[in-house]
Each structure stands twice: as structure tokens, then as C-alpha cells.
Design a binder for this molecule. Structure first.
Ligand code: DAH
Length: 394
């Protein structure tokens, strides 16, 4: 007959001993009968369920019912019983699970463990059958991926400048990815980015069609829609383009975008901020240089170069030419510029009146920065998940 918790009338130490012994004997007997994981769960619920489990009943029928002068003693005993039951339930479930999925444990060992278990449960001293000399489960320590590490470090530099982090969807609409960033429909600037569109959307208006975002810039607009100026944000994330994989291209890669909007933001602020960020990231001896460029969403636009942190800007490494900077002493790191007033036009309703506010934006590719920083010569290595490669960065 299954064990039920008796009501106690006698709370003397001897009577309590007897009741506790009965309970523990029932516990051991039930452990011995457990065969499957589902038995284990039923067992756990029977003993530990908050609502009417055996421990709860012990609490109600023994502790709560105890007369005042016996409360202390009963309390102590009930606590001991609780600990014992909890430990037994834990070890039993662990054992059943370990036994059922003993992947990686040599069969001989798993068996040895099982028979030890069977031998001991009969005797009632279940805890003793734990073989602490068995090797534990190895949980290899993970490490940050070199690209994520680079992104986190760069984001950290901007956080220290008071920037907050924003994110946005990787599946984006044409409106956010292009139109609101001043790429009008059919404008040739769209050809700068070979875009992956989701198929079969011809029936939708162009602006609602879905695509894989080609840059993190759409989050500029998404953020300005929800936050009024002034803002200072960085946007790390994944982007996609129809670029076949090779040593320096990948259909999926990463970007970090930045945007600052306030009153009286000038190109001087852009230069000062980015120069500081590059020194904080690459070391205080790097120099920056800007040259004119074009992006539809910034006017004027620029490309920023940093002096080559590999050859120190000389273009040579000893007697060899410096390859990463192609002997120029400079490495192109990012695109940037002053936010085009046409972009503010799309978020004018939220306080972005281009007669009152101005801003700068920038976007960089952390994959390339990580390639340079770690001296890796093939971008594909970052995305193949070969543990032998990744382990070197742990
Ligand atoms: N979105 C650009 C690209 O993917 C990079 C970029 C350039 C972002 C200039 C900016 C910027 O915010 O101001 O090529």
C-alpha cells in the first residue's frame, strides 16, 4: 500500500522518530521502484508538489499541528526530512537522466554505475551509491567570436561617449532600407548595394516590399521615429548583400552605424568624434584622414581612413611592402557625413526640423576591422565555425 502521511497525536521524540523512520523507509522503497524518467517525475511530484505533496502534508499534519512546546523539535525534524527528501529526489532524477542519455560515457562505465545503483538502493543508503570518482561532464568554456568581440569593443568606445545602443530588424522594408534614406525608386544609387529581395511581392507597393537589409542605416530612421532629438546612437548588426563569398566578401556581414543629432552639430564634431573613437580603439598614435565620397543620406559625405596600424603608416614592414594598406600607409575604415536634410524630412513630425537640428552619421564594417586587427587573410574563416580557427581567439 502506498505511503500516506499520518496525522500525529503523540509528539514525543520517540513517536516522532518512529514516524520519520516510516516516511524514510517509504521513500527508499519508492526510489527502488523507479525505472523510467516518467516514473521519476511522478515520484518527484508525489513528494515535492507544493499542493498536497508529501512534504507539504508533513508540514501541515506534523508541524502546524504540533503543540507549542513541541514545535521547535518538530520543526527541526521536518527540516531534516525535507532536506533528505529533496536530495533523494534530485539524485534520483539526475541518475535517471544521466543513465538515459549517457552519451559520451563509455558503456562499461554507465553499466557499472547502474549496477552500483541497483545494489545500493536495496539497502536504503542511496546517497552512498554516488560514485564521485567518475569523470564529470566536460563543459567547454565558450569565447567571444572575434567579430563580435570587435563589435563590442567598438560599441564600448561609443558608449563611453554617451551613445546608446539601438537595434532593428534584418528583414526590412524598401521604405526604411532605401526610400527614407533618400534613395528614390529607380535611383542609380541603389545599384551600389546588390540587394536580396524576398520573392513574389510584385503585388505590393514598392515601399512595403521586404528585403534583407543591405546596411544598418534603416535603424537611423526607425530610431528617429521613436526618439526625439537630441540623440546619440550606435547600431551594431547583421546585413546581407548579393555578394558571392570570397576572401573579402560575404553575403552576410556586419556593420556598426552611428548617428548624432542635436542643435549645432557640425562636420567638426564628426571629425573630432571619429578621430577620438579611432584612437581609443586602435591606439593613440593612429591618425585619421577624410576624403570626399557620396552616400544618398549624407551631404557632404566622406570616407575616413586611419593611418595603417600594422606598418605605422610607413607602407613597409621591414624590407617587405605592407599588404593590408597596399603600401599606402592608410586603411579605409568607414563612410560618414552630415545627415542630408531630405532624410530629416521623413521624420520631421517627430522634432527633426532640418532648419533647427543637424547631425552626422557613419557606418563601418567590423568584419574587415577584425581581419586587419587579427591578421586573418580570409573573411570566410570567420563564418565557417571551424572550432580550430575560433579557438585561437579564446
Ligand atoms: N550605409 C553605408 C553602406 O552600407 C555606410 C554608411 C556611410 C553609413 C555613411 C552611414 C554614413 O551612416 O553616414 O555602404
Amino acid at each position: 500500500m502506498a505511503y500516506t502521511v499520518p496525522k500525529l497525536k503523540d509528539f514525543s521524540p520517540a513517536a516522532l522518530d518512529k514516524a520519520a523512520d516510516k516516511l524514510l523507509a517509504a521513500l527508499d522503497k519508492e526510489v527502488a521502484e523507479i525505472k523510467t524518467e516518467s516514473d521519476g517525475k511522478t515520484f518527484r511530484d508525489r513528494w515535492m508538489a507544493r499542493k498536497n505533496g508529501i512534504l507539504t502534508q508533513v508540514n501541515d499534519l506534523w508541524l502546524k499541528a504540533a503543540p507549542k512546546d513541541a514545535k521547535r523539535d518538530v520543526g527541526q525534524r521536518v527540516n531534516e526530512l525535507k532536506a533528505r527528501v529533496e536530495q533523494t529526489v534530485d539524485t534520483t532524477l539526475d541518475h535517471i537522466r544521466g543513465g538515459a542519455s549517457s552519451k559520451g560515457v563509455p558503456v562499461g562505465r554507465a553499466r557499472a554505475r547502474d549496477s552500483a545503483f541497483q545494489d545500493r538502493v536495496g539497502t536504503g543508503s542511496y546517497a552512498e551509491c554516488l560514485d564521485i570518482t567518475l569523470p564529470g561532464l566536460r563543459r567547454p568554456l565558450g569565447a567571444e567570436h572575434p567579430v563580435i568581440k570587435t563589435m563590442n569593443e567598438m560599441v564600448g568606445v561609443f558608449r563611453n561617449l554617451g551613445y546608446s545602443v539601438q537595434e532593428g530588424p534584418e528583414i526590412e522594408t524598401d521604405y526604411y532600407n532605401f526610400e527614407s534614406l533618400n534613395f528614390p525608386p529607380n535611383h542609380p544609387a541603389r545599384d551600389m548595394q546588390d540587394t536580396l529581395f524576398i520573392a513574389n511581392q510584385e503585388s505590393k507597393p514598392l515601399r512595403d516590399r521586404l528585403l534583407l537589409r543591405t546596411h544598418t542605416s534603416p535603424v537611423q530612421i526607425r530610431t528617429m521615429e521613436k526618439m526625439k532629438p537630441p540623440i546619440r546612437i550606435v547600431i551594431p548588426g547583421k546585413v546581407h548583400r548579393n555578394d558571392p563569398p570570397d576572401a573579402s566578401h560575404s553575403p552576410m556581414f556586419h556593420q556598426i552605424e552611428g548617428l548624432a543629432v542635436d542643435i549645432n552639430i557640425t562636420f567638426g564634431d564628426l571629425k573630432g568624434t571619429l578621430d577620438h573613437a579611432m584612437k581609443a580603439f586602435f591606439g593613440s598614435s593612429v591618425k585619421t584622414s577624410f576624403r570626399p565620397s557620396f552616400f544618398p543620406f549624407t551631404e557632404p559625405s566622406a570616407e575616413m581612413l586611419v593611418s595603417c596600424f600594422i606598418c605605422g603608416g610607413s607602407g613597409r614592414r621591414g624590407s617587405e611592402p605592407c599588404r593590408p594598406c597596399k603600401q599606402t600607409g592608410w586603411i579605409e575604415i568607414l563612410g560618414c557625413g552630415m545627415v542630408d536634410p531630405n532624410v530629416f524630412e521623413f521624420v520631421k513630425g517627430n522634432g527633426y526640423d532640418s532648419r533647427k537640428v543637424s547631425g552626422f552619421a557613419f557606418g563601418m564594417g567590423p568584419d574587415r576591422i577584425a581581419l586587419l586587427k587579427y591578421g586573418v587573410d580570409d573573411l570566410q574563416l570567420f563564418f565557417q565555425n571551424d572550432i580550430r580557427f575560433l579557438r585561437q581567439f579564446a
